[in-house]
Design a protein around this ligand. Structure first.
Ligand code: IVH
Length: 679
């Protein structure tokens, strides 16, 4: 069979699917790497990734340099100094099936032209990989993987990890310069204690230990990092100069002798059968291990053979991850609920008899969309297999046939919205409520988005207040926010003179909002914060956006036909134009923007600051201007939505509040550093 196709023969659906897969994967990468808030399980992600790899293998002409398959790692944040890695930080090809692992072994032996070889196997720690650099035995720098070539300098935070020696033992035998790869993670017991502590303090707990480790390492305030139970293990040595180990095993052993932690449970395997047996043994111990692992890593032991096998662009050819299949358990669905989101999409959710899956109690699982319920034929009362991979939202994998079990009638997608009774329509696999602003679920969702931190950022207007305003009929669309009176607000639960005047002040301030935030706040389908920013920097004003035709929009880099249609449709809907006009009438005036690409560079966009105490080098006004010139916003009070509190000398109670809420606190030098690291 040959895989090469001339471009002429490539069917349209292949182009479309490639595009969709790349967009989806990039979206999930952002959620995973930037927000630590994945919305799909690792196995769903892996499936998408593999589908993309397979398609690109079939149509090599369609591989683009920016395809997710061509990158080494995650995404860069703007807040830390960038550092170039001494060696690219590669990723690993991963396999779940035994036959693929055997194929790996066959390829290795064939390419090396040998009968047998040793593999080293180690647990695959589910944490964050970092590069450590030691100079004459002293820890001088550590960085995250970033995009694999350039990472973020997190030296200060890494120094807070107790198990990481700042000075190596036996410094005489240590090479002048050492580069070590390692994984930072949080042991399970500490993870549970940390989440308990966060919950007690009224904060959001982390979804899993990996996210907790990532969130803790990427703190600008290293004191916060220090309070987190991070630990580290080192699994790869890359030294320049005098290191003379001939094998991976010896090199890692040496790293251990210098006082660095190395993987527990590592082992030498004489054959691929030993590797498979080790994998099985680790999988059966998985729930008893003190840390989370998602498989094992298999590495060719001899360095000369590693070198002979070489590397691909994103992974070495001498190593692989042999992952565990996701954890599954069987339970019963007692009900199928339907929730309505901001866009009106109806999502079926399986309510389950609670079940423990690998230490986490699961009582609901997503059924994604109506087509999926039909395809899997899930009905209330059914016995189902539930999968929890990578510790995110569990999935209902399939129905389990129980002989003799009497089944209820098939689940029928609702013809009307469970919230507002408007009729529903099917668009592709998704069922939508047609109620728009008549539907209180959609209305609440769009109002919440409008006032949220990334959009208009109106202090004091949370989910609960929005719900009250809608339920009492005080707000029926976005423009209604600006007509609320003091009396109306005072009638709400939990509001008094002071909170009402703060809220009114916040609304008044929001009338002057930067264009990208306003566009995002409108909740146009397919227009997230990033796309809103792209539209704003290319078009410069709301008028231009409103007048733009689909073809104009599609000319903008990153704007495809789907987004362009959504934008055009939004501004063709008379109801939306009326709301925008009413906003203008009450004084909402959206700032226009310079269209130059330089002026649009706003590294602190969507970041909220609170200033407290006296700064030596800036007046309050100057500090505020600097923040705003980089796209950030300064507000008066600290909430859990605040990104940074800048504390000068004699700070007030805002500092205490920030500490209680776990908000990042910067002293003046930290603040200067943050501003300084922005171009
Ligand atoms: S070796 C070039 N060993 O898995 C080889 N990686 O999917 C570099 N990981 O980025 C990796 N435990 O974050 C290696 N014992 C181990 C590991 C390990 C966890 C992570 C690491 C890497 C990812 C690859």
């Amino acid at each position: 069979m040959t895989f090469s196709n001339s471009p002429k023969e490539i069917p349209q659906h292949v182009h479309t699917r490639l595009h969709e897969l790349r967009e989806d994967i990039q979206h999930h990468d952002r959620l995973y790497y930037l927000k630590d808030q994945p919305e799909v399980s690792d196995s769903v992600y892996d499936q998408l990734f593999r589908e993309l790899q397979d398609l690109e293998l079939q149509y090599p002409d369609l591989v683009t340099p920016d395809s997710p398959t061509q990158r080494v790692g995650g995404i860069l944040l703007d807040k830390f100094q960038k550092v170039q890695h001494e060696f690219p930080m590669l990723s690993l090809d991963s396999h779940v099936k035994v036959e693929d692992v055997r194929a790996f072994d066959q390829r290795v032996r064939r390419e090396l032209d040998i009968e047998s070889l040793d593999y080293i196997v180690e647990p695959k720690y589910d944490g964050l990989s970092v590069e450590l650099v030691y100079d004459s035995g002293t820890f001088i720098r550590g960085s995250t993987r970033g995009d694999g070539r350039i990472g973020e300098d997190i030296t200060v935070n890494l120094r807070t990890i107790r198990s990481l020696p700042l000075q190596l033992r036996d410094a005489v035998s240590v090479p002048q310069r050492l580069v070590i790869r390692s994984e930072v993670y949080i042991p399970l017991k500490d993870f549970h204690l940390l989440n308990q502590r966060l919950t007690e303090a009224g904060e959001e707990p982390f979804a899993n230990p990996r996210n907790a480790a990532a969130g803790s390492l990427r703190q600008l305030n290293s004191r916060l990092t220090a309070s987190r139970p991070l630990t580290i293990t080192c699994y790869d040595l890359k030294s320049q100069g005098s290191d003379s180990s001939a094998t991976h095993w010896d090199a890692v052993s040496k790293v251990g002798k210098w006082g660095l932690p190395i993987p527990a449970y590592r082992q030498r395997c004489r054959s691929i059968d030993d590797v498979i047996a080790f994998h099985a043994a680790m999988e059966s111990q998985r729930d008893q291990l003190p840390f989370e692992i998602d498989g094992i890593v298999v590495k060719v032991d001899r360095y000369d053979w590693q070198q002979a096998l070489g590397e691909k662009s994103r992974s070495p050819r001498w190593a692989m991850a042999f992952k565990f299949p996701p954890r599954k358990e069987v339970t019963k669905v007692h009900q199928i609920m339907v929730s309505v989101g901001r866009t009106g999409a109806l999502t079926p959710i399986a309510m389950l008899n609670p079940i423990d899956i690998g230490g986490v109690t699961v009582s609901r699982a997503s059924l994604h969309n109506m087509d999926e319920v039909a395809r899997k034929d899930i009905r209330p009362g059914d016995t189902v297999k539930v999968e929890r991979a990578g510790d995110v939202i569990p999935d209902v994998v399939a129905r389990v046939d129980v002989p003799g079990e009497i089944r209820s009638a098939p689940f029928i997608p609702p013809a009307t919205c469970p919230v507002c009774s408007s009729h529903t329509i099917q668009e592709g696999p998704i069922l939508y409520c047609t109620g728009q602003t008549v539907c209180s679920a959609q209305l609440k969702g769009s109002l919440e988005l409008y006032v949220s931190k990334g959009a208009l950022n109106i202090d004091g207007l949370g989910k609960k207040t929005v719900a009250q305003l809608v339920d009492q009929g005080l707000v029926k669309d976005l423009a209604d926010f600006y007509t609320l009176t003091k009396e109306q607000l005072l009638s709400l639960e939990g509001f008094a003179e002071k909170s009402v005047s703060q809220l009114l002040e916040g609304m008044e301030k929001s009338k002057q909002t930067p264009l990208p935030r306003f566009i995002f706040g409108l909740g146009i389908r397919n227009v997230g914060a990033h796309i809103a920013h792209v539209l704003a920097t290319h078009l410069g004003s709301l008028e231009k956006l409103r007048e733009a035709k689909k073809e104009d929009l599609e000319r903008i880099h990153e704007i495809g036909p789907e987004i362009a249609s959504s934008v055009e449709n939004f501004f063709q809907e008379p109801r939306n134009l009326v709301v925008l006009q009413r906003m203008t009438d009450v004084g909402v005036s959206i700032e226009t923007m310079e269209i130059s690409p330089l002026a649009s560079h706003q590294p602190l966009a969507e970041k909220t600051f609170v200033l407290t105490g006296t700064l030596q080098g800036f007046s309050r006004q100057q500090a505020k201007q600097r923040i705003e010139s980089l796209g950030g916003r300064v507000t008066g009070s600290v909430s859990k939505h605040t990104d940074y509190v800048v504390a000068g000398t004699e700070p007030g109670s805002k500092l205490d509040k920030a500490q209680a809420l776990g908000v990042t606190v910067l002293d003046e030098s930290g603040f200067v550093e943050l501003l300084g690291s922005q171009p």
